[in-house]
Ligand binder design. Structure first.
Ligand code: S3P
Length: 187
């Protein structure tokens, strides 16, 4: 690992938490960041599924969204009290007051922001998101943008992903983390 990345990793005092809407790339970019820094990567949605022994869609269907948010809070509390790592959250995590407080206080938060058309395109590739099952994804994601952006905006760092390749977004993210942590950028 080069000095620049090692300096970022060493300066981190808390886990890095990726937030943002469904399809923004939290899992993809979060796992690339973890690899770049030599840290473990954890996907909170996967941890919720393991804990419940159900898929996210099943949890929503059989127990409802409030039960899912409770599980999400418990999983995030556990992950944030563990070792330094990179965590991808589900897009609604910051909408629960307690989960949001945990994230703002106990992590270095990164908002990944992408345009509506990109979110619609990426989320359309799978059927695993219950909030997009009943209605037009373009409208639903547009409404979620209006509702959630003020919350995501409380993150420590914001990165626009637009149409950039993952490697380019990773570079932007490393530079933004370095700036936040007061580390000199690579020449
Ligand atoms: C949700 C986002 C999903 C998942 C659940 C609810 C949301 O995660 O947690 O379907 O409320 O935005 P991704 O953002 O990883 O798709």
């Amino acid at each position: 690992m080069d000095m620049f990345r090692a300096n970022i990793r060493d300066a981190l005092e808390k886990p890095v938490v990726m937030v943002g809407l469904m399809g923004a790339g939290k899992t993809k970019i979060g796992s690339l960041l973890a690899k770049a820094l030599g840290l473990p990567f954890i996907d909170a949605d996967d941890e919720i599924e393991k804990a419940a022994k159900l898929t996210i869609a099943q949890i929503f269907e059989e127990h409802g969204e409030p039960a899912f948010r409770d599980l999400e809070r418990a999983v995030m509390a556990r992950l944030l009290s563990g070792k330094k790592c990179v965590i991808a959250t589900g897009g609604g995590a910051v909408m629960n007051e307690q989960t949001a407080s945990l994230i703002w206080e106990q992590s270095l938060s990164v908002w990944l922001k992408a345009g509506l058309d990109i979110l619609v395109e990426r989320t359309g590739r799978s059927n695993k998101r219950p909030l997009l099952h009943n209605g037009d994804p373009h409208e639903i994601l547009g409404a979620l943008m209006d509702k959630r952006y003020p919350f995501y905006a409380q993150s420590d760092v914001m990165i626009e992903t637009d149409h950039a390749k993952p490697g380019v977004t990773l570079k932007r993210l490393l530079n933004a983390l370095a700036a936040h942590l007061d580390i000199k950028e690579q020449p």
